[in-house]
Write a protein that binds this ligand. Structure first.
Ligand SMILES: *[C@@H]1O[C@H](CO)[C@@H](O)[C@H](O)[C@H]1NC(C)=O
Length: 440
């Protein structure tokens, strides 16, 4: 009996916790309501209003009418959103307003419309219930730069209703991607459709576009209704088609990263009359390869000026700092400056090269017997070094240590000579005496 009641209590607690978690774990999101997209935007203050989004993963999770919304909030600027997939239910989307990196959120009115695009048009060929489209539609976009997450969703409220349901959401968990040259690259994008919506199951289309400095082009377009790649403009670009149909995984795969792949990629998902998109930035970062000429360095005599060249090649982006260092036989390193750095050149594969020329004046620089000359390249992809050995022969002026050593050696030699001559002079007569005695 007591066991039963304990289990009963425990399960009650568990249920209570679960209910609490469901209703309270989703944050209230602060958003900017922008009346007309394109006119104004986030920069001009006039056209936007602060809006609160209450998120719940099920319809009954919203608080009762009486406890809703702070009284000072404009009731028109409070949204109750049901998001069964929980895409918007991320604590990281609601950063405290004091934190350095605020997440961004924008909400706009949305008008469902058919698309003329070749790979999308087929989605709206058959007549759909126009009644379903006659509703209140909004689109939201969230960016959480700390968590590397960006979400765009389309929400619908039936006429007269206060609650909105997420119908379509597109997410990327890689806002910024860095890749080395030649590596395979994956740009994350996934989508979710409300399975209870009449728009679900009537096909979809996915499109990836590339954008760089105002220059845009199509990468890949996929017609999900006909299950075919409608267009492909980038060699080696592909999707995981199985994952796309089964899990809504629309990630773009680039077989081999090239310098020209750096830029912005936009993942767009189309449903009949609906469209949502997220943007991902790709940067190809490749550190330089350094080499020093001439190598090895010729033997150098004091007073000679030696010219050393450091060539950095195969790097991207064009952001490199070249400098020189010298490490003497005493093990101490000291900077020799940046030398004279040349302009850059670009190779066929888009990578850059640049070099630095160093004049090593062995009279002005206290290089001693030589040491190690190092070229240092600091690049966003990492720091690289290349070294050569410098040998200076025949000193013109001996160092203090050398002079001391010479004096020492001279003293020892002098002492030795003195000692030897003393031994001989003092033992000489004795031996003579002995011989003299023997003879006698
Ligand atoms: C999406 O597909 C890519 C490529 O096959 C895979 O690496 C990735 O793990 C998939 N993502 C998810 C969330 O399944």
């Amino acid at each position: 009996m007591t066991e039963f009641s304990t289990i009963y209590k425990l399960s009650l607690v568990a249920v209570f916790c679960l209910v609490q978690a469901c209703s309270s774990s989703c944050p209230v999101l602060e958003c900017w309501f922008v009346h007309e997209k394109g006119r104004g935007g986030l920069t001009s203050g006039g056209n936007q209003e602060k809006t609160l989004l209450y998120i719940s993963t099920d319809e009954h999770g919203h608080p009762a009418e009486s406890q809703r919304a702070p009284s000072d909030a404009n009731p028109d600027r409070v949204f109750f959103i049901t998001d069964p997939a929980g895409t918007l239910c991320q604590p990281s989307l609601n950063r405290p307003s004091g934190s350095a990196k605020k997440s961004q959120c924008e909400i706009n009115p949305f008008l469902p419309h058919p698309s003329d695009l070749k790979w999308v048009a087929a989605l709206t060929e058959s007549t759909l219930s126009p009644l379903y489209l006659q509703a209140d539609w909004f689109t939201t976009s969230h960016q959480d730069s700390k968590q590397q997450r960006t979400i765009s969703s389309i929400m619908r409220a039936p006429p007269g209703a206060k609650e909105h349901n997420v119908i379509l959401s597109v997410t990327s968990t890689t806002i910024n991607v860095q890749a080395r040259l030649g590596e395979p690259v994956q740009l994350d994008c996934s989508y979710w459709v409300d399975p209870s919506s009449p728009l679900s199951g009537s096909g979809f289309a996915v499109e990836w576009r590339y954008q760089f400095r105002g220059d845009g082009r199509l990468v890949l377009a996929y017609d999900g209704k006909m299950d075919r790649v409608a267009d492909i403009q980038e060699e080696g670009a592909t999707l995981d088609f199985e994952g796309l149909h089964e899990k809504g995984n629309a990630s773009l795969i680039l077989q081999e990263a090239k310098v020209r792949h750096s830029g912005m990629y936009i993942c767009t998902v189309y449903l009949p009359y609906l469209v949502a998109q997220v943007a991902v930035e790709l940067e190809i970062v490749e550190p330089p390869t350094l080499s020093i000429y001439p190598s090895p360095l010729p033997l150098t005599v004091p007073g000679q000026t030696l010219i050393v060249q450091c060539e950095a090649s195969g790097f991207a982006p064009l952001s490199l700092e070249l400098s020189w260092e010298f490490k003497g036989t005493d093990g101490k390193s000291r900077p020799l400056g940046s030398g004279s750095v040349t302009g850059h050149r670009q190779a066929w594969d888009g990578t850059f090269s640049q070099s630095s020329r160093l004049e090593l004046d062995t009279t002005n620089l206290d290089l001693g017997r030589g040491g190690e000359v190092t070229c240092v390249g600091v690049h966003p992809g990492g720091t690289r070094r290349a070294s050569v050995t410098l040998n200076v022969i025949g000193f013109s002026t001996p160092s203090v240590e050398d002079s001391m050593a010479m004096v020492g050696v001279a003293l020892v030699l002098y002492g030795l000579i003195k000692f030897v001559s003393w031994t001989f002079t003092s033992s000489g007569p004795d031996e003579a005496d002995e011989q003299h005695k023997k003879k006698n």
